[in-house]
Design a protein around this ligand. Structure first.
Ligand code: CTP
Length: 410
């Protein structure tokens, strides 16, 4: 059963949310209602509690229950549980808050905390809807991938006529179903993801590594799991927790990562290699701790195995995605990696650009396809980038009519 959170905000159309709940229930969707303070001026929470059989969330910190850890992190629990966040009706105020990332009540906090798709159905006075500020905020949300269902024209509660009426329930339900459908589009796939850095030992206490935080790969794993895939995450040492429902295999060295990838390749239908793999390792690591000396020290390095290139040789029908971390000539390098490594997609980023690369929550990438397509994305969160990559993966699986075929079946 699919689960959504329905945010109800303060407008005359709030009463329509009760009917929306009923209709969504008919679609076998479980609904957790979240009301803002002003919504409660229009409709009593009891209405929604009676319809859903669940407690309606009305505030960030429970007044009825004493403040405790459970209520303090409930927005995180709800955020992880839901398959979509729907806000209907959405006031100009909530739209402005979402656009700016204000988090001063349960609903706005939930919006920031969830990685589920978001559907917003605005309803307001026509002048408010057409105001440049609202226009701008709506555009920000749309650019971020939020589905905003434009209000309808008609007679408004304020006595004016124009655009501002909550969209028809059919249109809202359609958008919600679409958001939920897209989200389960990897149900038949097994996605193998590599993430994080690798470490190469110089002596028992020293090693060479890189600045990868693992966040991009973990975001891909999380997004794929949310979309219904079985996910095997082969991870170098990072300070992140495995996303819910993901099988994590911990490795340290490139050799270990290589072995873990090959051991899990058979069951994978999609391979995403986001790890920042060491290209060289000390040729002769010291058995004992290297002592301080006064002479110059030369260390000889030898190349490590190219895991991606190795996987591409055994590619079969799998969709193969590589990453390219570059500091110069992004497009040229990405295109040559696409060819050399025979990947279907190369996700390239300039790691020196502000808001991109290591240790950021955001990334700015261009996706290069082996069909010659090139897609430059704006600055997005890593989870959003992950979903864009997976959108392309789904397309590739579909275009070759391979959706769901297991590697063993071929
Ligand atoms: N990769 C890999 N095994 C390696 C090195 C890289 O599997 N030994 C993978 C990475 O996970 C990434 C892609 O290859 O998906 C490109 O990695 P990157 O470090 O950008 O490129 P390199 O192939 O190492 O080339 P260069 O260092 O010359 O840019």
């Amino acid at each position: 059963m699919m689960r959504i959170a329905l945010g109800v905000t303060g407008g005359v159309a709030a009463y329509k949310a009760a009917e929306l709940v009923r209709r969504l229930q008919q679609e076998q969707i479980e609904i957790q209602v979240v009301m803002t303070r002003s919504a409660q001026e229009f409709v009593a929470p009891l209405t929604f509690a009676a319809l859903t059989g669940q407690k309606v969330i009305t505030q960030l910190f429970g007044a009825e229950a004493p403040a405790n850890v459970e209520s303090a992190i409930e927005h995180i629990a709800v955020a992880q549980r839901i398959d979509a966040l729907v806000i209907a009706p959405a006031t100009a105020d909530i739209i402005a808050k979402l656009a700016r990332g204000v988090a001063d009540d349960f609903l706005t906090t939930l919006y920031l905390a969830t990685t589920a798709p978001v559907v917003v159905a605005p309803a307001m006075n026509v002048n408010m809807w057409e105001h440049a500020a609202t226009r701008e905020n709506v555009q920000i949300l749309r650019d971020r991938g939020v589905r905003v269902i434009a209000p309808e024209e008609g007679y408004l509660a304020c006595g004016m006529t124009g655009a501002g009426r909550l969209a028809g329930l059919e249109a809202i339900i359609e958008a919600v179903l679409e958001a939920l459908r897209i989200r389960r589009d990897l149900e038949k796939e097994t996605v193998l993801v590599t993430a994080g850095p690798t470490c190469e030992d110089l002596d028992p206490v020293r090693f060479l590594t890189n600045r990868s935080s693992g966040r991009m790969g973990y975001a891909v794993a999380e997004a794929a799991a949310r979309r219904g895939a079985r996910v095997v995450l082969i991870s170098g040492p990072v300070a992140l927790e495995a996303p819910a429902g993901v099988e994590r295999v911990d490795v340290r060295t490139t050799e270990q990562m290589h072995r873990a990838v090959l051991a899990n390749l058979d069951r994978a239908t999609v391979v995403v290699m986001a790890a920042a793999v060491a290209d060289y390792r000390p040729a002769r690591p010291y058995a004992n701790k290297l002592k301080r000396g006064t002479e110059r020290l030369n260390i000889e390095f030898e190349p490590t195995a190219d895991i991606l290139a190795d996987v591409s040789r055994r590619k079969g029908d799998r969709v193969l995605v590589g990453f390219a971390a570059e500091t110069a000539q992004l497009a040229a390098h990405a295109r040559s990696k696409l060819k050399e490594k025979a990947a279907d997609l190369i996700v390239a980023n300039d790691v020196t650009a502000p808001g991109a690369g290591f240790d950021h929550d955001t990334n700015i990438v261009t996706i290069f396809g082996s069909d010659g397509r090139e897609q430059s994305l704006p600055k997005l969160t890593k989870i959003q980038v992950a979903h864009r990559i997976l959108d392309e993966v789904v397309e590739l699986r579909r275009s070759t009519h391979r959706v769901g075929s297991s590697p063993e079946a071929r």
